[in-house]
Design a protein around this ligand. Structure first.
Ligand SMILES: *Cc1c(COP(=O)(O)O)cnc(C)c1O
Length: 957
């Protein structure tokens, strides 16, 4: 027999268990086959009738070859379009050691602070960069994009408005069109009126609650808003500014001229354009608004040993706790990209960044004057990086000459805008000037470059030149050689537990393998270097990739079409609900505003519903954790006249395939509502059933859960929505790039395809798995979960299961009983760190419990290690229950144990150092040391420090 046709299957690398392990696990569960287990788990009435119709699986090598061909269909022209997206130089030390490094990109959101100090520090650095450059007091750790950050600013200022009768948000018409588009969408559901005009002090009428300006403005001009802002404040009107981070090294920061909120994109700090994302937006404001800021904030506190430690602050503001009362639905944000931007600032330091900004400014001036010498008129009196020339009848000629030279400009009528960035060179300026010369039948010799260069001054307004310092903290002034930088990055990485160390069994978060072959193409220039508004004939590679992904995900979800605009799951929820709203409106149903949501729903569901202007009515769950169908019937009927939608997670957040799900959808439809399915648990559905088959109308997919985009320590993500045919016309459109029809809702994200560049990861996953591979992954995820359940259920009560006693892809371990002896679920979570594991999801959806989701990517060996750890911890709890150890001084209460505690000269604990740090044998081989002891949450919230503190400040606190 020949082996010539042997081919390695990617599926065998993605799925953890070897076939012998699968057999052992099935035997342990007492079933004959995987299919038998699935029959016991997934209700027959929802099971798919046929296999997924997807192209045959490709090997890793074959996929990379194919995606290279797709990449080559993209044309990477020099981009001078600007409009919020700029070409960058990503320092190699950051590209290789952060962007392309699983030690950074596979981390989870830093809820378990003690094993996340590295990224918490990097995010604190990010907040410090933002506060320093904007001149404001507090900044969050990233938002999804500049346009949604502006919308969050609008909503925060609306909620905090002094004059409750005012409902006008005054928007400068000289703001980016995509930002205005997203503001339109968000304004709609709150009855906020957007007034878009050429703003002046006369615009500040009594009905205005806040104003929005762009700095520098969308056309590149720099406008002084000092007097405008003072006049606004005198009338109790607040001001939100969108600002360009790079320009703020040279310009008076908005905080200094009075802005109340400053938002923007940090993309310019070393993050590739990626055809629209992902990038980290920022949000900074005054201290007075700190409890209302959307998104996550990192704060300084101390650990149990009194040492400096970081953690996420003020979490009580978030949607997890406040639900429909939350100030925002933001959950996944852009942590990895914020971390990259922060490292860019650390690497270059204040002087380095100022040098970069000054070069940009000088090249822009050179271009300005050179082109003027050719006889053109430049329209921006003051500018940072963008000049605009009036072309009259010469537009077409210039455009075609620019394209011949592979350059994209920003054309608006008879005016062309050119934005200079960090990557622009002197030679690039010559090329641009040559193009302008050619149109007038001139050449470079007609321009006196030497005298222009010798007499360059500044095109910034004299009274908006920055005088204040920034980035003075030592962290931005210590690591400017590559060796120092590399070691700084590695020192932070070493503090963080990621998928490089062990499984991260977070229920509802699906921390599966992020394969190298899936990640590799993301940093190719042919994907990274494209501007989201590049001409269509340069983006056919992306169009092919997005088109294929649309077809594949439509097949997987059973829907007619996808929208790739939402750049997180919560954003998908919001987009889906707005689509449903537009559908109802199109049928003359203007009053449908009730959204039914089960009590067990994720906090983003009610938060998104309220952002979409809906009123949330909670549906009960029964004591088996299932939706109470009787209660649903009553509430659906009661609200039939106004029923908008029902939001349901499937399988449920309790980890169960609820049997009556089809009936549930029918009840909603019969009462005039639409069914919104939260697709966070798609990993239990793919290939076995689908939202379309079950009867849902819309569903978002968390591509960063089910479809292999890594979590990045809290983002990026992608939350595309799939919809049934009747909703297709209402999918989001985009002001700059048409992506939907006339009836499409206005934009939900800044970029037409959201964070387009990471769609490659999901494309790769599906292409390499194929239909059977994906289905096997789902079955294996269910097998792994049921194996853990079977191993642990004699030690921990498992809450809820299906009719045959099986769980879906996750399960809930009940830890509430141990409270009687003072052991909290948090103690178990922290003790798991001593066993080198990340805790499962704590207290969601049920307080006092752990929700475990192993995913298909973990081997039996890893599952066993995890089960051994949890069983050992259960015995430690038992010792407390039996009264053998003290309720206050025990391994659980004192966890996690740091190396410095365990190796200290003094040891006064009632147990041994070995028990503290090496409770099981495998740890001798694989020990991950938490870098700090238990962090003090309440202290950190009492004295909030959200940027890098000086030593004195820290000592005082
Ligand atoms: C993760 C999750 C969300 C939110 O998704 P993000 O991408 O974090 O915004 C919503 N619902 C459920 C059930 C989830 O698990």
């Amino acid at each position: 027999m020949s082996n010539i046709h042997f081919q390695e299957k990617f599926e065998d690398r993605h799925n953890g268990p070897r076939s012998v392990e699968t057999r052992e696990m099935l035997e342990f569960l007492g079933v004959d086959s995987l299919d038998q287990l699935i029959e016991q788990t997934v209700p027959a009435q929802i099971r798919a009738k046929q296999a997924l119709q997807l192209p045959a699986a490709l090997s890793e090598v074959a996929y990379l070859k194919r995606v290279k061909q797709i990449a080559e269909k993209n044309k990477v022209f020099k981009s001078y379009i600007g409009q919020g997206y700029f070409d960058v130089i990503l320092p190699g030390v950051i590209q290789r050691n952060v962007f392309e490094n699983p030690g950074w990109y596979t981390q989870y959101t830093p809820y378990q602070a003690e094993i996340a100090q590295g990224r918490l520090q990097a995010l604190l650095n990010f907040q410090t960069v933002i506060c320093d450059l904007t001149g404001l007091e507090i900044a969050n750790a990233s938002l999804l994009d500049e346009a949604t950050a502006a919308a969050e600013g609008m909503f925060m200022l609306y909620s905090a408005r002094k004059n409750k009768a005012a409902n006008v948000f005054l928007v400068s018409e000289n703001a980016y069109p995509q930002t205005i588009d997203v503001l339109r969408t968000r304004a709609l559901s709150f009855g906020i009126e957007l007034r878009i005009e050429a703003i002046s002090e006369d615009s500040l009428t009594d009905d205005v609650f806040a104003a929005f300006v762009q700095y520098p403005a969308a056309d590149g001009s720099i406008i002084d808003y000092k007097a405008f802002t003072a006049a606004a404040h005198a009338k109790n009107i607040t001001v939100c500014a969108a600002a360009d981070l790079m320009s703020l090294t040279l310009l008076t920061p908005p905080g200094e001229w009075g802005a109340d909120v400053v938002v923007g994109n940090s993309q310019r700090f070393g993050v590739p354009m990626g055809f629209g994302g992902p990038h980290a937006a920022f949000f900074a404001t005054k201290d007075a608004f700190k409890r209302n800021i959307p998104g996550r904030i990192i704060g300084v506190t101390t650990d149990s040993n009194g040492n400096y430690a970081l953690r996420m602050a003020l979490q009580t503001r978030e949607q997890h706790i406040r639900r429909d009362k939350a100030s925002s639905n933001i959950c996944t944000a852009q942590a990895l990209l914020a971390i990259m931007a922060s490292f860019y600032a650390v690497y270059h330091g204040p002087q380095g960044i100022k040098n970069i900004a000054s070069r940009i400014h000088d090249l822009a001036q050179l271009l300005d004057q050179a082109v003027q010498q050719l006889g053109y008129t430049q329209l921006n009196k003051n500018y940072f990086d963008t000049v605009r020339f009036e072309l009259g009848g010469e537009v077409a000629g210039l455009k075609s000459e620019a394209l011949n030279n592979e350059m994209n400009f920003n054309y608006v009528g008879s005016v062309v805008g050119i934005s200079i960035d960090e990557s622009t060179t002197y030679e690039d300026i010559l090329t641009i000037v040559k193009v302008f010369a050619k149109v007038k039948a001139k050449n470079l010799a007609d321009v006196d470059f030497e005298s222009i260069e010798a007499s360059l001054t500044s095109a910034l307004p004299a009274d908006l030149v920055r005088t204040s310092d920034y980035l003075t903290h030592p962290v931005f002034n210590s690591y400017h050689s590559e060796s120092e930088m590399l070691r700084y990055i590695k020192s932070l990485e070493a503090k963080d537990l990621s998928l490089c160390h062990s499984m991260i069994p977070l229920g509802s978060c699906t921390m599966k393998l992020n394969a190298t072959a899936e990640m590799t193409p993301v940093t190719w220039a042919n994907f990274g270097g494209l501007h989201p508004f590049a001409p269509a004939d340069q983006t056919s590679g992306y169009m092919q990739l997005i088109g294929e992904l649309n077809d594949w995900l439509s097949e997987i979800t059973g829907f007619a079409k996808m929208s790739f605009q939402p750049n997180s799951g919560a954003q998908g929820e919001y987009a889906g609900l707005m689509v449903i709203r537009a559908y109802h409106e199109s049928r003359g149903d203007h009053n449908r505003n009730i959204c039914l949501i089960p009590a067990s729903a994720h906090g983003t569901n009610p938060a998104s519903a309220s952002m979409a202007g809906l009123k949330v009515v909670v549906v009960k769950c029964d004591d088996r954790g299932n939706i109470d169908v009787e209660d649903l019937k009553v509430k659906a009927a009661e609200h039939a006249a106004n029923l908008n939608s029902f939001m349901v997670t499937y399988p449920s957040t309790h980890g169960v395939f609820e049997e009556p799900i089809i009936e549930i959808c029918e009840i909603i439809h019969a009462n005039g509502g639409q069914v919104y399915m939260d697709g966070a648990n798609m990993n239990a559905q793919v290939g076995l059933t689908s939202p379309g088959r079950i009867g849902a109308d819309v569903c978002h997919l968390n591509l960063h859960k089910t479809f292999c985009i890594p979590h990045g320590g809290g983002g990026p993500g992608m939350g595309p929505i799939g919809v049934a045919a009747h909703l297709v016309p209402f999918l989001p459109n985009h002001e700059v790039v048409e992506v939907s029809g006339e009836e499409g809702i206005t934009a939900v994200s800044a970029a037409p395809f959201g964070s387009a560049s990471i769609l490659i990861i999901s494309h790769a996953y599906i292409a390499m798995m194929g239909g059977d591979g994906l289905t096997n992954a789902t079955k294996t995820a269910i097998l792994n979960a049921n194996y853990i359940k079977a191993r642990l259920e004699n030690h921990y009560p498992v809450l809820y299961s299906g009719v045959n006693g099986r769980c879906a892809h996750e399960m809930i371990l009940d830890c509430r009983a141990y409270k009687n002896v003072g052991v909290e679920v948090a103690d178990i979570a922290k003790r798991l760190m001593d066993y080198s594991f990340h805790a499962p999801t704590v207290s969601f959806p049920v307080a006092g419990t752990l929700m475990v989701e192993p995913t298909e990517s973990e081997s039996k060996a890893e599952l066993d290690r995890f089960c051994d750890a949890l069983i050992a911890i259960r015995q430690e709890v038992a010792a407390v229950e039996a009264g053998d150890v003290d309720q206050a001084d025990n391994v659980l209460k004192n966890a996690p144990h740091t190396a410095s505690v365990v190796t200290a000269d003094e040891w006064t604990r009632s147990y041994s150092r070995q028990t503290a740090a090496y409770p099981l044998a495998y740890l001798k081989d694989r020990k991950f040391w938490p870098s700090v002891g238990r962090v003090n949450d309440s202290q950190g919230d009492r004295t909030l420090i959200c940027s890098c503190p000086s030593i004195e400040e820290y000592a005082e606190a």
